[in-house]
Design a protein around this ligand. Structure first.
Ligand SMILES: NC(=O)c1ccc[n+]([C@@H]2O[C@H](COP(=O)([O-])OP(=O)(O)OC[C@H]3O[C@@H](n4cnc5c(N)ncnc54)[C@H](O)[C@@H]3O)[C@@H](O)[C@H]2O)c1
Length: 346
Protein backbone atom coordinates (compact mmCIF):
# COMPACT_ATOMS: atom_id res chain seq x y z
CA UNK A 1 0.00 0.00 0.00
CA UNK A 2 1.17 3.54 -0.76
CA UNK A 3 0.65 6.59 1.42
CA UNK A 4 0.77 9.93 -0.35
CA UNK A 5 1.77 13.42 0.62
CA UNK A 6 0.80 16.22 -1.75
CA UNK A 7 3.04 19.31 -1.94
CA UNK A 8 1.38 22.35 -3.55
CA UNK A 9 -2.40 22.53 -3.14
CA UNK A 10 -3.64 24.46 -6.18
CA UNK A 11 -5.62 23.40 -9.22
CA UNK A 12 -3.72 20.36 -10.40
CA UNK A 13 -3.62 18.93 -6.87
CA UNK A 14 -7.33 19.52 -6.41
CA UNK A 15 -8.56 18.41 -9.83
CA UNK A 16 -6.15 15.63 -10.68
CA UNK A 17 -3.72 14.29 -8.07
CA UNK A 18 -6.00 14.15 -5.02
CA UNK A 19 -9.05 12.67 -6.82
CA UNK A 20 -6.88 10.14 -8.65
CA UNK A 21 -5.25 9.03 -5.35
CA UNK A 22 -8.74 8.64 -3.86
CA UNK A 23 -9.75 6.46 -6.84
CA UNK A 24 -6.53 4.40 -6.74
CA UNK A 25 -7.03 1.14 -4.83
CA UNK A 26 -3.41 0.91 -3.78
CA UNK A 27 -3.03 4.46 -2.42
CA UNK A 28 -4.25 6.60 0.46
CA UNK A 29 -3.70 10.30 1.05
CA UNK A 30 -1.92 11.09 4.31
CA UNK A 31 -1.71 14.86 3.98
CA UNK A 32 -1.02 18.13 2.21
CA UNK A 33 1.49 20.96 2.35
CA UNK A 34 1.31 24.39 0.70
CA UNK A 35 3.19 27.61 1.45
CA UNK A 36 -0.33 28.92 2.09
CA UNK A 37 -1.57 26.74 4.98
CA UNK A 38 -5.19 27.60 4.23
CA UNK A 39 -4.89 25.87 0.86
CA UNK A 40 -3.46 22.75 2.51
CA UNK A 41 -6.27 22.79 5.07
CA UNK A 42 -8.85 23.18 2.33
CA UNK A 43 -7.70 20.07 0.45
CA UNK A 44 -7.32 18.10 3.71
CA UNK A 45 -10.93 18.97 4.44
CA UNK A 46 -12.07 17.99 0.93
CA UNK A 47 -10.11 14.76 0.56
CA UNK A 48 -9.16 13.69 4.10
CA UNK A 49 -5.71 13.65 5.72
CA UNK A 50 -3.86 16.35 7.60
CA UNK A 51 -2.43 19.76 6.69
CA UNK A 52 1.28 20.10 7.42
CA UNK A 53 2.73 23.45 8.44
CA UNK A 54 6.11 22.86 6.76
CA UNK A 55 7.64 20.77 3.99
CA UNK A 56 10.06 19.30 6.56
CA UNK A 57 7.14 18.14 8.71
CA UNK A 58 5.53 16.35 5.75
CA UNK A 59 8.79 14.75 4.65
CA UNK A 60 9.57 13.61 8.21
CA UNK A 61 6.29 11.68 8.39
CA UNK A 62 7.37 8.04 8.05
CA UNK A 63 3.91 6.93 6.98
CA UNK A 64 4.34 8.81 3.69
CA UNK A 65 6.17 6.76 1.06
CA UNK A 66 5.09 8.60 -2.14
CA UNK A 67 4.73 12.31 -2.86
CA UNK A 68 3.20 14.43 -5.59
CA UNK A 69 4.90 17.76 -6.22
CA UNK A 70 2.29 20.17 -7.57
CA UNK A 71 3.72 23.60 -6.80
CA UNK A 72 5.20 26.40 -8.91
CA UNK A 73 7.86 25.41 -11.47
CA UNK A 74 10.71 27.12 -9.59
CA UNK A 75 10.17 24.84 -6.55
CA UNK A 76 10.10 21.50 -8.43
CA UNK A 77 13.80 20.64 -8.36
CA UNK A 78 14.47 21.62 -4.75
CA UNK A 79 11.39 19.83 -3.36
CA UNK A 80 11.90 16.73 -5.53
CA UNK A 81 15.47 16.34 -4.30
CA UNK A 82 14.46 16.85 -0.65
CA UNK A 83 11.67 14.27 -1.01
CA UNK A 84 13.91 11.70 -2.73
CA UNK A 85 16.57 12.15 -0.03
CA UNK A 86 13.84 11.67 2.60
CA UNK A 87 13.18 8.25 1.05
CA UNK A 88 9.97 9.03 -0.88
CA UNK A 89 9.12 8.10 -4.46
CA UNK A 90 8.23 11.28 -6.38
CA UNK A 91 5.71 12.23 -9.04
CA UNK A 92 6.54 15.82 -10.02
CA UNK A 93 4.46 18.02 -12.27
CA UNK A 94 5.75 19.42 -15.55
CA UNK A 95 7.84 21.30 -16.47
CA UNK A 96 10.39 19.19 -14.62
CA UNK A 97 12.66 22.07 -13.50
CA UNK A 98 13.94 25.43 -14.63
CA UNK A 99 17.47 24.41 -15.68
CA UNK A 100 18.81 21.34 -17.46
CA UNK A 101 21.34 20.84 -14.69
CA UNK A 102 18.52 20.68 -12.12
CA UNK A 103 16.69 18.11 -14.29
CA UNK A 104 19.83 15.94 -14.44
CA UNK A 105 20.34 16.28 -10.67
CA UNK A 106 16.75 15.13 -10.05
CA UNK A 107 17.27 12.00 -12.18
CA UNK A 108 20.61 11.15 -10.56
CA UNK A 109 19.24 11.80 -7.05
CA UNK A 110 16.44 9.28 -7.71
CA UNK A 111 18.99 6.71 -8.84
CA UNK A 112 21.33 7.31 -5.89
CA UNK A 113 18.49 6.96 -3.41
CA UNK A 114 16.88 3.94 -5.11
CA UNK A 115 13.57 5.79 -5.56
CA UNK A 116 11.31 6.37 -8.54
CA UNK A 117 10.91 9.75 -10.21
CA UNK A 118 7.99 10.17 -12.61
CA UNK A 119 6.64 13.27 -14.38
CA UNK A 120 3.01 14.36 -14.71
CA UNK A 121 3.18 13.92 -18.50
CA UNK A 122 -0.39 12.68 -18.63
CA UNK A 123 -0.77 12.97 -22.43
CA UNK A 124 1.34 9.83 -22.73
CA UNK A 125 -1.55 7.83 -21.23
CA UNK A 126 -4.39 9.15 -23.41
CA UNK A 127 -5.77 6.10 -25.22
CA UNK A 128 -5.53 7.47 -28.77
CA UNK A 129 -1.87 8.28 -28.14
CA UNK A 130 -1.17 4.80 -26.80
CA UNK A 131 -2.98 3.23 -29.75
CA UNK A 132 -1.26 5.57 -32.23
CA UNK A 133 2.23 4.59 -31.11
CA UNK A 134 1.44 0.92 -31.74
CA UNK A 135 -0.24 1.59 -35.09
CA UNK A 136 2.68 3.71 -36.27
CA UNK A 137 5.11 0.94 -35.25
CA UNK A 138 2.92 -1.55 -37.18
CA UNK A 139 3.19 0.63 -40.32
CA UNK A 140 -0.38 2.01 -40.40
CA UNK A 141 0.78 5.20 -42.19
CA UNK A 142 3.92 3.72 -43.74
CA UNK A 143 7.13 5.52 -42.82
CA UNK A 144 6.44 8.69 -40.82
CA UNK A 145 7.71 11.80 -42.62
CA UNK A 146 6.37 14.98 -41.02
CA UNK A 147 4.17 16.00 -38.08
CA UNK A 148 2.29 18.96 -36.72
CA UNK A 149 1.27 19.04 -33.08
CA UNK A 150 -0.68 21.88 -31.47
CA UNK A 151 -1.65 22.70 -27.89
CA UNK A 152 -3.31 26.01 -27.16
CA UNK A 153 -5.88 27.47 -24.77
CA UNK A 154 -6.82 30.94 -23.55
CA UNK A 155 -4.10 30.96 -20.87
CA UNK A 156 -3.32 29.75 -17.35
CA UNK A 157 -5.59 32.32 -15.70
CA UNK A 158 -8.57 30.50 -17.21
CA UNK A 159 -7.35 27.34 -15.47
CA UNK A 160 -6.32 28.71 -12.08
CA UNK A 161 -8.89 31.53 -11.96
CA UNK A 162 -6.08 33.86 -10.85
CA UNK A 163 -5.27 36.63 -13.40
CA UNK A 164 -1.98 37.37 -11.62
CA UNK A 165 -0.72 33.87 -10.83
CA UNK A 166 2.91 32.76 -10.77
CA UNK A 167 2.37 31.26 -14.26
CA UNK A 168 2.73 34.69 -15.91
CA UNK A 169 5.84 35.75 -13.99
CA UNK A 170 9.30 34.96 -15.35
CA UNK A 171 10.69 35.07 -11.82
CA UNK A 172 8.22 32.50 -10.44
CA UNK A 173 7.53 30.33 -13.51
CA UNK A 174 10.75 30.79 -15.52
CA UNK A 175 8.98 29.42 -18.64
CA UNK A 176 5.98 30.77 -20.48
CA UNK A 177 3.90 28.57 -22.76
CA UNK A 178 6.96 26.82 -24.23
CA UNK A 179 7.73 25.06 -20.94
CA UNK A 180 4.12 24.89 -19.83
CA UNK A 181 2.50 23.27 -22.89
CA UNK A 182 5.45 22.69 -25.24
CA UNK A 183 6.96 20.06 -22.94
CA UNK A 184 3.78 17.95 -23.21
CA UNK A 185 3.94 17.94 -26.99
CA UNK A 186 7.70 17.43 -27.39
CA UNK A 187 7.63 14.49 -24.99
CA UNK A 188 4.54 13.15 -26.78
CA UNK A 189 6.30 13.21 -30.18
CA UNK A 190 9.27 11.32 -28.68
CA UNK A 191 6.78 8.73 -27.44
CA UNK A 192 4.57 8.46 -30.55
CA UNK A 193 7.48 8.14 -32.96
CA UNK A 194 9.72 6.21 -30.54
CA UNK A 195 12.39 8.67 -31.59
CA UNK A 196 14.27 11.63 -30.20
CA UNK A 197 14.73 15.20 -31.43
CA UNK A 198 18.21 16.01 -32.73
CA UNK A 199 17.76 19.66 -33.65
CA UNK A 200 15.38 22.51 -32.97
CA UNK A 201 14.79 25.97 -34.31
CA UNK A 202 12.32 28.04 -32.30
CA UNK A 203 10.45 31.31 -32.20
CA UNK A 204 8.65 32.75 -29.19
CA UNK A 205 6.64 35.96 -28.66
CA UNK A 206 4.48 37.70 -26.14
CA UNK A 207 1.59 38.88 -28.27
CA UNK A 208 -1.44 39.44 -26.07
CA UNK A 209 -1.22 38.04 -22.53
CA UNK A 210 -1.41 40.86 -20.00
CA UNK A 211 -1.19 41.14 -16.23
CA UNK A 212 -4.00 42.87 -14.26
CA UNK A 213 -2.21 46.23 -14.79
CA UNK A 214 -2.67 45.79 -18.54
CA UNK A 215 1.06 45.25 -19.20
CA UNK A 216 2.28 42.46 -21.47
CA UNK A 217 3.59 39.61 -19.31
CA UNK A 218 7.34 38.89 -19.20
CA UNK A 219 7.05 35.27 -20.40
CA UNK A 220 6.14 34.12 -23.92
CA UNK A 221 2.47 33.47 -24.69
CA UNK A 222 3.18 31.80 -28.06
CA UNK A 223 5.94 29.48 -29.27
CA UNK A 224 6.66 27.52 -32.44
CA UNK A 225 9.43 24.95 -32.75
CA UNK A 226 10.68 23.30 -35.92
CA UNK A 227 12.05 19.95 -34.84
CA UNK A 228 14.10 17.28 -36.59
CA UNK A 229 14.05 13.75 -35.19
CA UNK A 230 16.96 11.30 -35.37
CA UNK A 231 15.10 9.33 -38.10
CA UNK A 232 14.92 12.47 -40.26
CA UNK A 233 11.20 13.06 -39.52
CA UNK A 234 10.56 16.77 -39.17
CA UNK A 235 7.71 18.55 -37.53
CA UNK A 236 6.22 21.62 -35.97
CA UNK A 237 5.23 22.06 -32.34
CA UNK A 238 2.91 25.04 -31.89
CA UNK A 239 1.81 26.08 -28.39
CA UNK A 240 -0.23 29.08 -27.34
CA UNK A 241 -1.91 30.83 -24.43
CA UNK A 242 -3.90 33.00 -26.84
CA UNK A 243 -6.34 30.52 -28.39
CA UNK A 244 -9.00 32.74 -26.89
CA UNK A 245 -12.00 30.98 -28.42
CA UNK A 246 -11.12 27.64 -26.82
CA UNK A 247 -8.69 24.79 -26.46
CA UNK A 248 -7.00 22.85 -29.24
CA UNK A 249 -4.84 19.85 -28.41
CA UNK A 250 -4.20 17.78 -31.51
CA UNK A 251 -1.56 16.05 -33.61
CA UNK A 252 -1.20 14.99 -37.24
CA UNK A 253 1.49 12.64 -38.49
CA UNK A 254 1.95 12.30 -42.25
CA UNK A 255 3.58 9.10 -43.53
CA UNK A 256 4.43 7.55 -46.88
CA UNK A 257 1.06 5.71 -46.91
CA UNK A 258 -1.33 8.14 -45.23
CA UNK A 259 -2.01 10.56 -42.41
CA UNK A 260 -2.89 9.90 -38.78
CA UNK A 261 -5.05 12.50 -37.01
CA UNK A 262 -5.18 12.51 -33.21
CA UNK A 263 -7.79 14.42 -31.21
CA UNK A 264 -8.58 16.83 -34.05
CA UNK A 265 -12.12 15.58 -34.64
CA UNK A 266 -14.92 16.12 -32.10
CA UNK A 267 -16.13 12.51 -32.37
CA UNK A 268 -13.23 10.34 -33.43
CA UNK A 269 -10.01 10.64 -31.45
CA UNK A 270 -7.94 8.65 -33.94
CA UNK A 271 -8.43 8.81 -37.70
CA UNK A 272 -6.25 7.29 -40.39
CA UNK A 273 -6.69 8.53 -43.93
CA UNK A 274 -4.89 6.20 -46.31
CA UNK A 275 -3.39 7.52 -49.53
CA UNK A 276 -5.73 5.24 -51.55
CA UNK A 277 -8.76 7.01 -50.04
CA UNK A 278 -9.76 4.56 -47.28
CA UNK A 279 -10.56 6.17 -43.93
CA UNK A 280 -10.40 4.37 -40.56
CA UNK A 281 -12.07 6.14 -37.63
CA UNK A 282 -11.69 5.15 -33.98
CA UNK A 283 -13.76 6.49 -31.13
CA UNK A 284 -11.48 6.24 -28.09
CA UNK A 285 -11.39 8.68 -25.15
CA UNK A 286 -11.27 12.47 -25.38
CA UNK A 287 -8.49 14.63 -23.96
CA UNK A 288 -10.08 16.46 -21.02
CA UNK A 289 -9.81 20.20 -21.61
CA UNK A 290 -9.02 22.69 -18.83
CA UNK A 291 -12.55 24.03 -19.09
CA UNK A 292 -14.13 20.58 -18.73
CA UNK A 293 -11.91 19.78 -15.77
CA UNK A 294 -12.82 23.06 -14.06
CA UNK A 295 -16.53 22.43 -14.53
CA UNK A 296 -16.58 18.90 -13.14
CA UNK A 297 -16.24 17.01 -16.43
CA UNK A 298 -13.07 15.34 -15.23
CA UNK A 299 -11.86 11.99 -16.53
CA UNK A 300 -8.98 10.19 -14.89
CA UNK A 301 -5.68 10.67 -16.71
CA UNK A 302 -4.23 7.44 -15.28
CA UNK A 303 -1.04 9.14 -14.10
CA UNK A 304 -1.48 8.19 -10.42
CA UNK A 305 -2.27 4.54 -11.28
CA UNK A 306 0.85 4.54 -13.46
CA UNK A 307 3.00 6.02 -10.66
CA UNK A 308 1.84 3.43 -8.17
CA UNK A 309 1.96 0.45 -10.50
CA UNK A 310 5.41 1.34 -11.90
CA UNK A 311 6.73 1.26 -8.30
CA UNK A 312 4.85 -1.94 -7.38
CA UNK A 313 5.86 -3.81 -10.51
CA UNK A 314 9.36 -2.33 -10.48
CA UNK A 315 9.12 -1.65 -14.22
CA UNK A 316 10.10 1.31 -16.38
CA UNK A 317 7.43 3.91 -17.14
CA UNK A 318 7.01 6.11 -20.21
CA UNK A 319 6.71 8.99 -17.66
CA UNK A 320 10.10 8.24 -16.06
CA UNK A 321 12.37 11.16 -15.26
CA UNK A 322 14.96 9.74 -17.68
CA UNK A 323 12.52 10.06 -20.60
CA UNK A 324 11.35 13.52 -19.53
CA UNK A 325 14.97 14.65 -19.37
CA UNK A 326 15.29 14.10 -23.16
CA UNK A 327 12.24 16.30 -23.80
CA UNK A 328 13.47 18.99 -21.38
CA UNK A 329 16.76 19.02 -23.30
CA UNK A 330 14.75 20.04 -26.38
CA UNK A 331 12.92 22.79 -24.45
CA UNK A 332 16.23 24.28 -23.27
CA UNK A 333 17.66 23.98 -26.80
CA UNK A 334 14.57 25.83 -28.09
CA UNK A 335 15.28 28.66 -25.62
CA UNK A 336 18.89 28.74 -26.83
CA UNK A 337 17.62 28.89 -30.41
CA UNK A 338 15.41 31.90 -29.59
CA UNK A 339 18.29 33.64 -27.81
CA UNK A 340 20.84 33.03 -30.58
CA UNK A 341 18.57 33.09 -33.63
CA UNK A 342 20.16 29.78 -34.71
CA UNK A 343 19.10 26.19 -35.16
CA UNK A 344 20.45 24.18 -32.20
CA UNK A 345 21.80 20.65 -32.58
CA UNK A 346 21.03 18.54 -29.56
N1 LIG B 1 0.18 17.88 -16.16
C1 LIG B 1 -0.62 18.86 -16.51
O1 LIG B 1 -1.36 18.75 -17.49
C2 LIG B 1 -0.64 20.13 -15.70
C3 LIG B 1 -1.75 20.98 -15.76
C4 LIG B 1 -1.74 22.13 -14.98
C5 LIG B 1 -0.65 22.43 -14.17
N2 LIG B 1 0.41 21.59 -14.15
C6 LIG B 1 1.59 21.91 -13.35
O2 LIG B 1 1.29 21.74 -11.96
C7 LIG B 1 2.00 22.70 -11.18
C8 LIG B 1 1.00 23.48 -10.33
O3 LIG B 1 0.08 24.14 -11.21
P1 LIG B 1 -1.38 24.56 -10.75
O4 LIG B 1 -2.15 24.75 -11.99
O5 LIG B 1 -1.89 23.64 -9.71
O6 LIG B 1 -1.06 25.99 -10.12
P2 LIG B 1 -1.78 26.74 -8.90
O7 LIG B 1 -1.27 28.12 -8.90
O8 LIG B 1 -3.25 26.50 -8.95
O9 LIG B 1 -1.22 25.97 -7.63
C9 LIG B 1 0.12 26.02 -7.22
C10 LIG B 1 0.13 25.88 -5.68
O10 LIG B 1 1.47 25.74 -5.24
C11 LIG B 1 1.62 26.55 -4.09
N3 LIG B 1 3.06 26.81 -3.98
C12 LIG B 1 3.81 27.66 -4.70
N4 LIG B 1 5.10 27.55 -4.33
C13 LIG B 1 5.15 26.61 -3.35
C14 LIG B 1 6.17 26.05 -2.58
N5 LIG B 1 7.44 26.45 -2.71
N6 LIG B 1 5.85 25.06 -1.69
C15 LIG B 1 4.58 24.63 -1.55
N7 LIG B 1 3.54 25.15 -2.27
C16 LIG B 1 3.83 26.13 -3.14
C17 LIG B 1 0.75 27.76 -4.30
O11 LIG B 1 0.41 28.39 -3.07
C18 LIG B 1 -0.47 27.09 -4.97
O12 LIG B 1 -1.40 26.66 -4.00
C19 LIG B 1 2.77 23.56 -12.17
O13 LIG B 1 4.10 23.12 -12.27
C20 LIG B 1 2.05 23.35 -13.49
O14 LIG B 1 2.86 23.53 -14.61
C21 LIG B 1 0.43 20.44 -14.88
Amino acid sequence: MYYAGIIGCGKIAELRHAPEYIECEKANIVGFYDINIEKAKRLAHMFGGKAYYSLEELLADDRINIVSICNANTAHARDTILALKAGKHVLVEKPMATSYEDCENMVSCAKENGKRLLLGHNQLFASAHVKARKLIKDGAIGRPLVFRTVFGHPGPECWTGNPNSWFISKERAFFGVLGDLGIHKIDLMHYLLDDVAVSVSANTSTLDKRNPKGELVDVEDNASCLIEMSSGVQGIVQVSWTFNAGEENSTRIYGTEGVMRLYDDPKYSLIIEEKGGAVIKMQLDSLTSNEEQNTGGRTSTGIIDEFVSAITEDRPSRADGKQALKAMRVVFAAIESVETGRRINI
